[in-house]
Ligand binder design. Structure first.
Ligand code: ADP
Ligand code: MG
Ligand code: ZN
Length: 486
């Protein structure tokens, strides 16, 4: 069976809807806060009352431009809105305001990293501005209810070229899109809550053949795992269908998580005829040189560039840099911590990185919070712990104790170590005294040790440590004992 699958090449293109973090909705002054109590952010415009006129939202336009620039798109200086007509109870106006022939951004690309470390460019066909529909709530005992808080929420739709050839490429594309949107601060990227939605178009063709096969489209994939699973499932379904002599019908599918399979939602014959026409109530979107300039100035360092820079400048493993930069606030936390170290070298940077990737990430995922919400964990505190350890003022065991204490109290590690007198003793004279008193009365054991019973060293070390209440610098204890017992 497996060789049959090897004869085909999957072709995948994704359409991503991102809900933008503007203050107000796309075409009215209602607060863009769709998770508030239902129908509390509505007005004649977003409810579609006759005669109510939409107004363009500058922030919406600027955010779309920002995403266009971040994905190397060309930006149209003049583009229009269109009406996409269809009936659905949650679409109060009976049409959606969107862009059709002339999207504001077009012909861009994003980079995804392959397993072998090479970078692949995925083409972006277009990014256009549009509004969301309301939300029907079917799972209610009483009846179907509609929440219009979401009606008129600002979206961008990002349409990729059919450049992806496996479920894992599609997954990576989706992940980097979300990462870019979040770095730009224009979308929270929450798939579960629907602020990021993905439709996947899939076809297969025999390897070596240029023409695309007939595609199906899977609607509304609401988690990364489902994106990957649904695409995998659909690829296998297409190939098996073709191999058994059938043909793929161009239909819209739905991922059913309960059966872990796709099922047909509607066929092309039943597909909507949207009767697009120009939106008469809005003017053109005009993008000026000033707007482009401002957006360019706002463009932050993007995830892949930051990953490469952190790994290069701080000498941390590329893989680790990837985890740090998954979330911009975590990457910023790393850099801020490094800046506060008393000695700036790669050894300490690596220690900072390790603290974040192990202890800190564990706490964040346990509490399901971001680093910015972890108020007791400060970059200064982590820098202090790393310095204390690297300066041999505390052992790694004490460092962990200090960390778990400050996580609970938010105290400064330096102060805590001082107040609890946890400092490691590294004064040579004091350690020499510990060693002397430990060896006092041990003439017999010393003789045995010198005669070759080398495992007595452990006994001597633990005796010194006990005398020092566990605070003697173990490396120095070891050195001094070796000298004395030579
Ligand atoms: P529609 O408007 O019907 O959704 P589009 O032409 O806008 O169609 O294409 C939507 C998505 O489908 C794009 O991401 C595109 O890359 C992808 N696509 C188009 N043809 C194919 C194909 N044969 N196989 C896989 N994906 C495709
Ligand atoms: Mg489509
Ligand atoms: Zn409104």
């Amino acid at each position: 069976m497996s060789d049959i699958f090897d004869q085909y090449e999957p072709v995948i293109g994704l359409e991503i809807h991102a809900q933008l973090l503007t203050q107000t909705k796309a075409f009215c002054g209602c607060k863009a806060a769709m998770s508030d109590f239902p129908n509390t952010h509505v007005c004649p415009i977003c409810l579609g009352h006759p005669g109510a006129l939409p107004v363009m939202n500058k922030q919406h336009v600027n955010m779309a431009i920002l995403m266009g620039l971040a994905t190397h798109c060309s930006i149209r200086t003049r583009s229009a809105f269109s009406r996409k007509n269809y009936f659905y109870p949650d679409l109060s106006k009976g049409y959606q305001i969107t862009q059709f022939e002339d999207p504001i951004c077009y012909a861009g690309s994003v980079e995804i990293e392959q397993e072998d470390g090479s970078v692949k460019h995925i083409g972006i066909t277009r990014i256009h501005i549009e509004e969301d529909a309301g939300k029907s709530l079917h799972d209610i005992d009483i009846d179907t209810l509609v929440d219009y808080n979401r009606a008129g929420m600002p979206l961008i739709e990002i349409v990729s070229e059919p450049d992806m050839h496996s479920a894992s490429e599609a997954y990576k594309y989706m992940v980097s899109m979300r990462q870019i949107l979040r770095y730009l601060g224009i979308c929270d990227g929450n798939l579960e809550e629907g602020s990021l939605r993905c439709d996947a178009n899939i076809s297969v063709r025999k390897k070596g053949i240029k023409a695309f096969g007939i595609r199906t489209e899977i609607k509304n994939l609401n988690s990364f795992r489902n994106v990957e699973k649904a695409i995998k499932f659909e690829i296998v379904r297409h190939i098996e269908l073709l191999e058994s002599g059938g043909t793929v019908k161009q239909v819209t599918m739905q991922w059913d998580a309960s059966t872990q399979s796709t099922k047909e939602l509607r066929s092309k014959e039943q597909a909507h005829d949207y009767r697009y026409f120009p939106e008469p109530d809005l003017g053109y979107i005009l993008v000026t040189q000033d707007m482009l300039h401002d957006a360019t100035m706002l463009l932050p360092e993007l995830p892949l560039a930051m990953k490469q820079r952190l790994s290069h400048d701080y000498g941390i493993p590329y893989y680790d840099a990837g985890i740090l930069t998954e979330d911009k606030s975590l990457a910023n936390f790393f850099e801020k911590t490094c800046l506060q170290l008393s000695v700036k070298d790669k050894e300490r940077y690596k220690l900072v990185c390790n603290w974040i990737l192990t202890e800190i990430l564990k706490i964040l995922s346990d509490k399901k919070i971001s680093i910015n919400e972890a108020i007791t964990i400060s970059s200064k505190g982590i820098a202090e712990i790393v310095d204390l350890f690297a300066d041999e003022k505390i052992s790694s065991k004490i460092a962990k104790e200090v960390f778990s204490h400050i996580v609970q109290t938010g105290e400064s590690p330096l102060q805590y170590v001082e107040s609890k007198n946890l400092q490691q003793i590294s004064d040579e004279h004091i350690i020499a005294e510990f060693v002397n008193s430990a060896l006092n009365g041990e003439a017999e054991n010393i003789e045995k040790y010198r005669a070759g019973k080398s495992n007595l060293m452990g006994y001597f070390i633990s005796k010194v440590m006990k005398i020092s209440n566990g605070k003697a610098n173990p490396r120095m204890v070891n050195d001094l004992l070796n000298q004395q017992l030579m």
